[in-house]
Design a protein around this ligand. Sequence first.
Ligand code: MLT
Ligand code: ZN
Length: 478
Amino acid sequence: MNETVQTLLVALRGAVGPAGLLLDPADTAPFAEDWRRLYRGQTPAVVRPASTAELAEVVRLCAAAGVGVVPQGGNTSMVGGAVPAEDGSDIVVSLSRMNRVRSVDPLDLSITVEAGVTLKAAQDAAAAAGCLLPLSISAEGTAQIGGVLSTNAGGNNTVRYGNARDLILGLEVVLADGTVFEGLRRLRKDNTGYCLRQLFAGAEGTLGIISAAVLKLAPRAVETEVALCAVPTVAAALALFTRLHREDPASVQAFEYMAGTGMALVLRHIPGAAMPIAAPSPHYALVELATPRRNAGLRAMLEAALEAAMEAGEVTDAVIAESGAQRAALWKLREEHAEAQKREGANVKNDISVPVSKVPEMIARATAACEALIPGVRVVPFGHMGDGNIHFNLEQPVGMDPAAFLARDHDIMDAVGEVVRDLDGSFSAEHGIGKLKPYMMPLWRGGAELEAMRRIKRALDPHGMFNRGKVLPADGGV
Ligand code: MLT
Ligand code: ZN
């Protein structure tokens, strides 16, 4: 460790106190590796400020020392978005001690939270006040608000409420010189120049560090119905979505697709996962309807729609949950897909989106492309069909060396990408760019778009200290 870093660590200890600084490699190691174990970096220290003032001081000190900063929330990135560099030149700043829910306002329908509050804790605080925080992702028990907003997470409720960025009313952000952008407003209308808060949503910590946010809430549902449906084809799943959405768009909270291949992995690897539908199906759909309207008759609407869908051949079998516990059990079959794939072996993720109407064609064409590329590869598509975001994930062929399979990740992503481009889709629907996908930016976002992003980066982080090597490709300066 060089002298500059040693001096910096002493100053950082002064700023955050001994409880706020981790130096022992045994303590810092979990912060240097991503959830998927794709990347392992190194860091001399993990700094854990307990307030915005401490965070601002940490950034000031790192800027003065010329040391890179990697902001980290729950470290659940799917694209290595929060790992420090391999050469140990970045300090990790963990937001986990900034974990206060500052206020919940049921009249304004807003919640003010610090960056280190987990999404689940924020949801619970909203629910305790009779409201709904309408953002739900598989990692919500661990993912923290700062990371969720920085990565503009999507998840299960996008079809009804949009992505994380759509929920932001106000933001507080520590900038690269340690000054604080104090934008914790909770106005529904505020048309005052550039919308700075939206710059930081989806920037993945490359422009500043989100320290707190005001988020929109919705009225809490009083009727909720969840059904798992066996469907014969992907097109049938889409037809079912269209049927329900036409019936009552405001009540469709989630519409998730799962291939039978992924369901089998969940049933094999996840303790307590149980399939309530007797005959295995090649495809499944999970639907959640909810409404704050009393006596809305959601159950009757769902039953009638499923009956009509069965007559039309869109659904072959279905179960409707009868209790909260059964709803959770059905959701578990969907939520554990990523974990089950990890336990099965090496996998490559394609977090792609296409226009909703193109989902069946995308799955068919990408499946053919991947099977031609790697014989025996197991195609495991699942995800948020209602908003066109499918996780077109691939599991290694049985018996193949995991490292050899992972070495083909770019080939796979390129093959899938070709189909997605042809269908006017995106190569990253909700996971972001992180360390995994900057190389794809010139092809997909090149020209004026990428150049404008570079100018924004240079303006807000002139010395390139925040989350180096993420989002923007390395060439062309910071
Ligand atoms: C999910 O929706 O469960 C994730 O985004 C998972 C994934 O891509 O594996
Ligand atoms: Zn997802």
